[in-house]
Design a protein around this ligand. Structure first.
Ligand code: GAL
Length: 682
């Protein structure tokens, strides 16, 4: 596997963050000190201009880019590269005043007022025109700057706009989707129920909060439309940049598993993906390891948006966040470990929000590398410098990528469908939590697992898990069948295959679209349990799993029942089944059980599939990045105790020492990166 070096001119990992120098243009001393401190902290990259529209274009048509040029030049002279953002996330006041149509309209149909950020209309022709104009100017002026690495389009995009322009574009989307035939829409959305038929596309409204929310097909299609519309908006930005600077790659910074839009649609338009990570460190709900397992899930989700190349951690805090219920400091050492986690998961950067704390305004208390104290002798600054040093030691791993043999199948529109469908309980569906919990069982065993669409090619994977795949995309069933036929081991759960992409229930038995043949079962009933209800699944070897929340009652065809319910009117009925098909097997788990208990089945599947499982002590995380020149094993100890892990023979990149293989000792909250010899066999 060849290395995919994102930025050869940097020759290693990016280290830096959001830098907003326009606040300090009257303080040259501050700007000079920034450069000095950046070098001291091992920073090689700064993200400029994320919210700078008002500084670029203080009044309409009057552009001022001189300050930006000076800063970029100054940074570049010191070996610090620039990621340059387009400023569409924060509109200047004059723009909102002149063209109210650019301001976002909420679900109640009310237009928001000027202020805040990230609140523009994606359809407004005026907004698109104005954004393109400032983007084009930026690209023309800075596109060939030697310090420019990457375009950062807008900021944490997402959301919906319910204005008349968006409503009209929604109708256009529906016309295309249903071949301009309103009867097709009526059939797809089953509108005769409750007499909700439409005579014409002009009668269809977005799902206003005080309007039509009772047609599941409409509600989910609106989400798909919003993704399409926002992507279309971003494409206008990308086009403006590429016209003037086609050689510069493009990204946008995603959030975690945001429910606002389908990141896969946006990712197609990007050269590489990036995201902003803000876990609740040291919270009182869970162990640090569990918090960080959740973060690793999101790293995996983002990485899987563009498989085979590194992604970027665009933002994280070096210390505290702001605006959450509790903004707790990252404890000493944790920033370094969390940074290494990002790298271990396949990021080629550690970047912060933000470099220097703003004196006033929103987020003035959000963590930054340089505090209001203004010096480099703080704990946080030292920890950031430590990260700079660490990234230097492992720089040869940049451009390598983790390799996953297991996949979790997750679809955004399945998530929306589950939210919309009135199945089960409104309190316990917990799709995202369920996905994360099952994913974690692989993580705990040191098995890298990608998070991909149910329609994605699964040819590189040996094991796939599809939790609660309630809605099947058009290609999903065929994809899953192919995977199993060709030797894959697939596991699906309760609530699989109830509806198609229009939210129409499959007739003739769930899971639909032919999947009941693949699994050899039909789900005849879904029992929704109250929180204190329990059942059990009993296996022939005496093992028992606890059942809670959901239990499907199965008719078993040609599948083998591995476990049966122990209680209630479906006692003795199959709950866990397996059916061989082609060269592979399809497992079905009909009830919600504890993830740890399902983990034992995953382990069996991994064994059958020949995917190695690592025996890691609780609280230790493992990843492997691979490139032509080397295999890099990352071990992270999230516990306050020393831990010993099995490791391959190789070189410890932190100490420079050779390890014989076998046992590797990790200090409390310690980590190691081993460049493995030969094949890296443990
Ligand atoms: C991000 C955002 C940044 C900053 C940061 C800290 O979500 O992109 O601009 O607000 O959070 O809160």
């Amino acid at each position: 596997m060849e290395k995919k070096i994102l930025f050869p001119q940097v020759g290693g990992f990016l280290h830096g963050g959001d830098y907003n120098p326009e606040q300090w243009l009257d303080r040259r001393d501050v700007l000079e000190e920034d450069v000095r401190l950046m070098k001291l902290a091992g920073v090689n990259c700064a993200t400029l201009g994320v919210f700078s529209w008002a500084s670029y274009e203080p009044s309409e048509g009057e552009f001022r880019f001189g300050w930006l040029e000076e800063v970029m030049d100054r940074l570049y002279a010191e070996g610090i590269y620039t990621i340059l953002a387009t400023p569409s996330a924060a509109k200047p006041a004059w723009l909102d005043r002149a063209w109210p149509e650019v301001m976002v309209t909420g679900a109640d149909g009310t237009r928001r007022r000027h202020g805040e950020r990230g609140n523009f209309c994606f359809s407004s022709p005026k907004y698109r025109e104005k954004v393109q104009s400032v983007d084009r100017k930026l690209a023309e002026r800075f596109g060939s700057h030697p310090g420019l690495l990457l375009w950062h389009v807008s900021n944490e995009v997402g959301g919906e706009c319910f204005c008349p322009l968006c409503a009209e574009r929604f109708r256009g989307h529906l016309r295309r989707r249903f071949d301009n035939d309103i009867e097709k829409l009526n059939r797809a959305w089953w509108t005769p129920f409750w007499g909700h038929c439409y005579n014409d596309f002009s009668q269809v409204d977005p799902p206003y909060s005080n309007g039509e929310n009772s047609i599941p097909g409409l509600v989910v299609e609106w989400k798909r439309f919003s993704t399409w519309n926002l992507t279309d908006f971003l494409k206008t930005e990308i086009r403006a940049l590429r016209e003037a600077a086609p050689q510069i790659p493009v990204t946008t910074n995603f959030m975690a598993f945001s429910q606002k839009l389908d990141y896969r649609e946006v990712a197609r338009e990007l050269s590489l993906v990036s995201w902003d990570s803000y876990p609740s460190f040291h919270n009182d709900r869970e162990a640090l390891y569990d918090t960080m397992a959740g973060t690793a899930f999101h790293h995996g989700l983002i990485r899987s948006l563009k498989p085979g190349i590194p992604y970027l951690l665009m933002e994280c805090t070096p210390s505290v966040v702001h605006g959450m219920d509790y903004n707790k400091q990252k404890r000493p050492g944790i920033h370094q470990l969390a940074s290494l986690q990002a790298i271990a998961c396949g990021s080629d950067s550690v970047m912060y929000f933000q470099w220097r704390k703003n004196r006033g305004g929103c987020e003035q208390h959000h963590g930054a590398v340089v505090d209001h104290l203004g010096t480099g002798d703080t704990r946080v600054f030292r920890e950031v410098s430590g990260v700079g040093e660490m990234l230097g030691r492992i720089r040869e791993a940049a451009g390598t990528v983790p390799e996953a043999k297991a996949a979790l199948l997750v679809d955004w529109d399945n998530r929306w469908s589950l939210q919309t469908g009135q199945l089960g309980s409104r309190h316990t569906k917990n799709y995202v939590e369920t996905c994360m919990a099952l994913w974690k069982e692989f993580f705990r065993r040191g098995v890298e697992m990608d998070i991909v669409s149910s329609e994605a090619s699964l040819s590189g994977y040996r094991v796939a898990v599809a939790p609660m795949m309630y809605m099947l995309r058009p290609g999903t069933a065929a994809n899953l069948k192919r995977f199993v036929e060709e030797g894959g081991l697939l596991l699906a759960t309760y609530m699989t295959g109830y509806v198609d992409q229009n939210q129409l229930c499959y007739m003739g038995g769930f899971p639909g679209d032919g999947l009941s043949e693949l699994f050899g079962v039909v789900s005849e009933e879904l029992d929704t349990l109250y929180p204190s209800d329990r059942n059990r699944i009993r296996f022939s070897d005496g093992e028992e799993w606890e059942v809670y929340d959901y239990a499907e009652i199965l008719r078993v065809g040609d599948a083998q029942a591995l476990g049966v319910y122990a209680e209630d009117y479906y006692q003795g009925g199959a709950a866990v089944t397996c059916r061989a098909s082609g060269k592979g097997k399809a497992y079905y788990v009909a009830a919600r059980t504890s993830p740890e208990q399902m983990g034992t089945l995953f382990e069996r599947m991994l064994g059958e599939a020949g995917v190695p499982v690592k025996r890691l002590p609780e609280g230790v995380e493992y990843h492997r990045r691979r490139g032509e020149e080397g295999i890099y094993d990352f071990y992270l100890n999230w516990t306050a105790q020393a831990q010993t892990v099995p490791c391959a023979e190789g070189t410890d990149l932190f100490t420079g020492l050779h390890t014989e293989g076998g046992a590797l000792k990790l200090e409390p909250l310690g980590a190691a990166v081993i460049l493995a010899d030969a094949q890296g066999n443990v």
